[in-house]
Design a binder for this molecule. Structure first.
Ligand SMILES: [Zn+2]
Length: 292
């Protein structure tokens, strides 16, 4: 039990705010580069593909005789392009199941189409709740409208679950990116998709409005490092696939940034001063080649 929950709460929100400012601007800069747009499907092992579109978040597709399973569905603007790529996948068909790794519009743009088709949308219950309400990000004034009922997740869970195909999914309960983050693990292919809990292209956004904070990133990265094994291929929210060694590097980096922020705030500095002190100095946003 925390002996001093009020103070902890104060530090938590201060750190969350600082991290939001820290990471937000740089990720927006990456978004602005999205111009020459072309989606590409990259094989991840027999029936599994990573679909990458410049400016868009990663989408994982698994094809089978039952159709296509997706982990995240891109933004609403990319639906046409994604549908085109899916139709060209070997054995591709209609989407039967869509996972939302969290509620952000970069992941939930396909929800309406899937919901209207009567297919399954799986998410953590907190993600569904965020999608039933309007949200504002005060640090950039960005507003998000709730999704219509038909587009909201229709199969939610609290801890974990397993599909008949053997695919496993679970809650990343640390509030790394939001308070509804999930992972999807494909044991046969040894591929783990983790949404925006991990980014391989610039800094991740820490969405402190929906619960994310930097200690949550540290905890979340620790948690996902226990899924799979040292050969597991990790699909981050953005950028190329990563190894477990890459994940460890990120874990160490966020641990160091968190320590610096904690020291600054514990010494009586406010969030603005903490940001001015550039606690992320010495670390650069990653964009490295993955194992394949
Ligand atoms: Zn996100």
């Amino acid at each position: 039990m925390d002996p001093n929950p009020t103070r902890r709460q104060v530090i938590k929100s201060a750190l969350g705010g600082a991290a939001g400012v820290l990471f937000g601007a740089q990720v927006r800069a990456f978004g602005a580069q999205a111009s020459a747009i072309r989606s590409e499907a990259e094989p991840l092992g027999n029936d599994l593909f990573l679909i990458r579109t410049p400016g868009e978040a990663n989408v994982v597709a698994q094809v089978s005789s039952a159709g296509v399973l997706l982990v995240d569905g891109g933004s609403a603007q990319s639906v046409g392009m994604l549908t085109g790529v899916l139709s060209r996948l070997p054995g591709g068909g209609d989407v039967h199941t869509l996972f939302n790794t969290h509620w952000h519009p970069e992941q939930t743009g396909l929800n309406e189409q899937i919901g209207k088709a009567g297919r399954t949308i799986i998410a953590h219950e907190n993600t569904r709740l965020w999608l039933t309400t309007d949200v504002t990000w005060p640090w950039i004034g960005r507003q998000f409208k709730r999704l219509p009922k038909i587009a909201q997740p229709n199969k939610t869970f609290y801890t974990n679950g397993k599909l008949d195909s053997g695919t496993q999914y679970g809650y990343i309960s640390d509030a790394a990116h939001t308070d509804g983050d999930l992972y999807v693990y494909f044991p046969q292919q040894n591929v783990l998709a983790v949404g925006d809990v991990l980014s391989n292209q610039g800094w991740p956004v820490v969405d402190w409005v929906s619960g994310g904070w930097i200690a949550g990133i540290v905890g979340g990265l620790q948690r996902i490092s226990t899924i799979g094994n040292d050969k597991t291929v990790i699909v981050p929210g953005r950028g190329p696939v990563m190894t477990m060694a890459d994940l460890k590097t990120h874990y160490d980096m966020y641990g160091a940034i968190y320590d610096r922020l904690s020291k600054l705030l514990n010494s009586g500095r406010g969030p603005t001063e903490a940001v001015d002190a550039k606690p992320a100095n010495g670390f650069v946003p990653t964009s490295r080649k993955g194992p394949r």
